[in-house]
Design a protein around this ligand. Structure first.
Ligand SMILES: *Cc1c(COP(=O)(O)O)cnc(C)c1O
Ligand code: SF4
Length: 349
């Protein structure tokens, strides 16, 4: 067994196990875990500073998860948009391909909470083969996003086989991997894994960090190893109430990510996933935060703030409004709130 597999094996998965390490009401958590699994690995556990801190809230179950009367199981309509199981074809030129049903930690706010980490998510050689066949029959698909679950929790040989199969489809140009391993189990990024990934370029990785406390010596090393292998690294952060819903925290996170060569790509408005309503902020909060970022930190550190439209409508960018008046002259505010003008083409300056 590899060292990262051993670490994963000593994860906390039961309320009693959790109680040995932190103060919590384990009875209240039993019901939650019966619905939505828990996995807190020793690496991530060490990063939690105190009960209720931003990392705790991402990892430790909350009774609010089973008292969510507002949200739905599959808000993005993924199951309806799947022509074959575990493959979502929503956009014309790219597909989402789910290849793993486990993660190095079960994030309490997960969008695929309905099935990730449970036997409701069935991945098998048959579903993988059906996915390859679908992509072969649809040459308009230029890009495949491998996700799950976390694809990088699969054994090296399985990852190599998936990448090899995808590379044998001539119309697939870009392979993108979505993985939270760099922030929750960075020791999974081994030299062997990096050499497998590197052999299948052009390959991009979008990872997932939500709080500056996740940027550690270990996670920095993992991202550096991937970047050194020529893999462009992006980050998909979720805007989470009580975790990162303020400009100071997100500035620190996004600037810190650039330093470890990860480009903030998306900041997601929380989806309407059942069991996660207590993490939702208003979009007004998100837009106000974005306004405090534009111009104030490097443009490279600024992600697109996006809402994934319910029922599979796709991602919609939510951008602060700078334009105040349109006409022969455009009137707008700058990042400092100063009023500026710009004469449109054809007008005199
Ligand atoms: C998010 C998503 C993508 C990728 O969208 P990008 O804007 O290219 O990052 C593709 N397919 C599905 C189903 C998605 O949810
Ligand atoms: S790593 Fe991603 S897929 Fe896995 S539980 Fe967290 S959010 Fe969900």
């Amino acid at each position: 067994m590899e060292p990262w597999q051993k670490i994963l094996q000593s994860s906390i998965t039961t309320p009693n196990g959790l109680q040995e390490h932190v103060d919590c009401d384990s009875n209240a958590l039993l019901d939650v875990i019966a619905n939505f699994p828990m996995r807190i690995n020793p690496y991530f556990l060490k990063l939690i500073q105190h009960p209720g801190d931003p990392l705790w809230k991402q990892a430790v179950p909350d009774p609010a998860e089973i008292h969510d009367g507002i949200c739905t199981d599959d808000p993005l309509g993924e199951e309806n948009l799947s022509p074959v199981p575990n493959l979502v074809h929503k956009y014309p030129d790219r597909v989402l391909f789910l290849v793993s049903n486990t993660c190095a930690m079960y994030c309490r706010f997960c969008t695929r909470k309905r099935k990730v980490g449970t036997d409701k998510m069935r991945i098998s050689p048959d579903t993988l083969n059906a996915g390859y066949a679908y992509m072969r029959q649809h040459p308009e698909i230029r890009e495949v996003l491998i996700s799950g679950g976390d694809p990088l929790l699969l054994p090296d040989e399985d990852i190599a086989a998936i990448l090899h199969n995808l590379r044998s489809i001539r119309s697939i140009e870009i392979i993108r991997i979505g993985t939270r391993v760099p922030s929750v189990l960075p020791m999974r990024i081994t030299r062997k894994l990096v050499s497998i990934l590197k052999a299948h370029h052009p390959l991009y990785i979008n990872t997932h960090f939500n709080h500056p406390n996740e940027i550690t010596a270990e996670s920095s090393k993992a991202c550096t190893m991937l970047a050194d292998a020529g893999i462009p690294m992006g980050c998909q952060t979720v805007l989470l109430k009580g975790i990162n819903d303020d400009a100071q925290t997100l500035k620190k996170l996004f600037v810190g990510l650039l330093r470890i060569r990860v480009k903030p790509y998306y900041l997601f408005q929380a989806d309407l996933t059942k069991g996660t309503n207590h993490f939702r902020t208003t979009t007004e909060t998100g837009i106000a935060i974005m306004r405090q970022l534009y111009g104030h930190i490097s443009g490279m550190a600024i992600p697109t703030y996006a809402l994934d439209g319910p029922n599979g409508k796709g991602k919609i960018p939510l951008t602060p409004q700078y334009i105040m008046e349109r006409g022969d002259t455009l009137v707008f505010e700058n990042f400092k709130g100063e009023i500026c003008t710009y004469p449109e083409a054809g007008e005199s300056c």
